[in-house]
Design a protein around this ligand. Structure first.
Ligand code: ASP
Length: 397
């Protein structure tokens, strides 16, 4: 927060001269981009192998996955609707700061579907083609589970890789105050005070979107799918929400979420640990919603007309981005390149919004973590593995 305020002040003071410190922000953005491919790969593979066995992946996993994907799609649609309504990027011209608009992809739909499957996974990784990497990672994880005991050492290695990449993300985020300072100073210096209004709108949209998910989407699932009272749910999960909000990390909140889901909401241990652990990695509705908002924001700022097809691409990539993001601070920012590049919006947009990221990340994470608990309750109810007495009781721990 201090870096944000100082950055705005320095940017206004320096004006155009602010270019001389932009490199600090570029360093931060490059460090973030460096994480994308390995973070997605390890986090997805280990998320799948954490399920334990292939049978379980099929039964409980299928229901959980449907809810994860369904809620992510609702969230990104909500984000796009809010951004279409408010048009936060309209009137703002980021293009003066570089980032020429690339020509729209001239591929047919079938060609795009065909290219989702990489003919060479290493090349897909080297070129940073995220969607084929996601497909490969999912198949890789499923195959590790399918070979059983023989795959265990590899599953362990993937888990270790995921822990290492999460640590690396945290290291990179240590640079955040410097990056935030330089980037917001650059925004304020280059675009003037006016640029802060669109950024303010982004903050507002992020909070409103997450608020709608928390107050309408989740209650609807609890009411119509789990058929359980809503107030008891929110009373039981409040500790996890507090930890998520303050740490901006689904992973950091994981132990508390797990305890709340089991002890306060009465979900069986096996369903709770499976859905909450997998959810912390792949179920991120706040992130999906925000990726939808940012995609439209970038398109509006660069004056790019979006076809219906672009909206479908945003929905798809934001959902996959939310799945691929790890539960650590700032990983939503890492995923922006996937969504923006799919619709031809220059990645400079990321530099523009990075300054305010943490402020938004806290609310997104709280929404993400609450979503994990909602899915745990819904799946627990469907599998008849929830203690309704416990769920309703108010002696929470
Ligand atoms: N920090 C978020 C989480 O851990 C992900 C994001 O950056 O949106 O859930």
């Amino acid at each position: 927060m201090l870096a944000l305020v100082l950055g705005v002040a320095v940017g206004i003071l320096l004006g155009e001269d602010v270019q001389s410190i932009k490199w600090i922000g570029d360093l931060f953005i490059r460090a973030i981009k460096m994480l994308v491919v390995p973070l997605i790969f390890f986090s997805l593979v280990s998320g799948i192998t954490a399920v334990g066995d292939i049978g379980r992946l099929g039964s409980v996993g299928g229901k959980a996955m449907m809810l994860f994907m369904g809620t992510a799609l609702i969230a990104v649609t909500l984000g796009m609707s809010l951004a279409s309504l408010v048009q936060p990027g309209l009137g703002l011209d980021i293009s003066v700061a570089g980032g020429a608009v690339p020509p729209p992809p001239d591929k047919s739909l079938t060609q795009m579907i065909v290219e989702l499957v990489p003919d060479n996974p290493i090349m897909a990784m080297a070129q940073g083609s995220i969607l084929p990497v996601i497909i490969f990672a999912m198949l890789f994880g499923i195959s590790i589970l399918a070979v059983g005991d023989q795959g265990t050492p590899l599953a362990r290695a993937m888990e270790a890789g995921s822990a290492v990449m999460q640590k690396m993300t945290i290291f990179v985020m240590e640079l955040a105050p410097f990056g935030v300072f330089a980037l917001i100073a650059w925004v304020a210096g280059t675009f003037g005070f006016d640029a802060l209004i669109p950024l303010g709108k982004l903050v507002a949209l992020n909070y409103i979107g997450c608020g709608i998910i928390l107050l309408l989407v989740y209650p609807a699932i609890l009411r119509f799918i789990a058929r359980l009272p809503i107030v008891d749910f929110y009373r039981g999960i409040v500790d996890a929400q507090a930890v998520a909000f303050s740490t901006a990390s689904s992973n950091a909140a994981l132990p508390v979420t797990l305890r709340c889901v089991q002890r306060n909401l009465g979900v069986s241990k096996s369903i709770a640990s499976f859905t909450v652990a997998l959810g912390a990695t792949i179920n991120m509705n706040g992130t999906a919603m925000y990726l939808g908002v940012v995609a439209l924001f970038g398109a509006q700022a660069y004056g790019i007309d979006l076809s219906w097809y672009s909206y479908v691409l945003i929905a798809l990539t934001a959902t996959l981005g939310a799945i691929g993001a790890a539960g650590v601070p700032g990983s939503g920012l890492v995923m922006m390149s996937l969504v923006l590049s799919s619709i031809g919006v220059p990645l400079e947009t990321i530099a523009f919004v990075a300054g305010i990221n943490h402020l938004l990340d806290m609310m997104r994470t709280m929404t993400n973590v609450t979503g994990d608990a909602v899915v745990a309750v819904a799946v627990g109810r469907m599998a008849n593995e929830i203690d309704v007495e416990e769920y309703r009781s108010d002696d929470d721990v």
